[in-house]
Design a protein around this ligand. Structure first.
Ligand SMILES: [Cu+2]
Length: 144
């Protein structure tokens, strides 16, 4: 039996990262610093799906920092800029989703404390199966 142990260990070492890594990668996640009493902050990043299946993001959480997080899109209608909540962010295989100023973004709502420049905020993005699709380490930076 003992002779099989290294083989099992090797197999797990090879397989485990593939299972854990998921198919989304995150580039440059950041949060513009907001005034201390702000009721919401934005979260920006680039998500890339390097897997073979579509990824559907429906929710996000950072429970030690925010009461809830929504996915928003900013749109200009009749010359007015407004934000709309979207229930599903679909990223097809090989495609990216860009969350940036004036477009898609995470809306980080009901802050439990005030994020300040340099803070690292861990955000989990959840897929339509309720699984964590990717864990994001977003840095709070000065507002441009
Ligand atoms: Cu918003």
């Amino acid at each position: 039996m003992q002779i099989f142990q290294p083989i099992i260990t090797l197999a797990f070492t090879l397989i485990a990262p593939a299972l854990l890594a998921g198919t989304l990668t995150v580039k440059d996640p950041w949060i513009p610093e907001a005034p201390p009493n702000a009721r919401m902050l934005a979260g920006y990043m680039e998500l890339h799906n390097h897997g073979e299946d579509v990824v559907r993001i429906v929710d996000a959480r950072a429970e030690s920092w925010f009461g809830n997080i929504e996915i928003h899109i900013s749109e200009t209608q009749d010359g007015l800029s407004r934000m709309r909540k979207i229930d599903l962010l679909e990223i097809p295989p090989g495609q990216s989703a860009l969350l940036q100023r004036g477009g898609l973004h995470l809306m980080l709502m009901r802050p439990k404390r005030s994020p300040t420049v340099g803070d690292q905020i861990t955000i989990e993005l959840l897929d339509d199966a309720g699984q964590v699709a990717v864990v994001v380490e977003a840095e709070v930076r000065p507002r441009p």
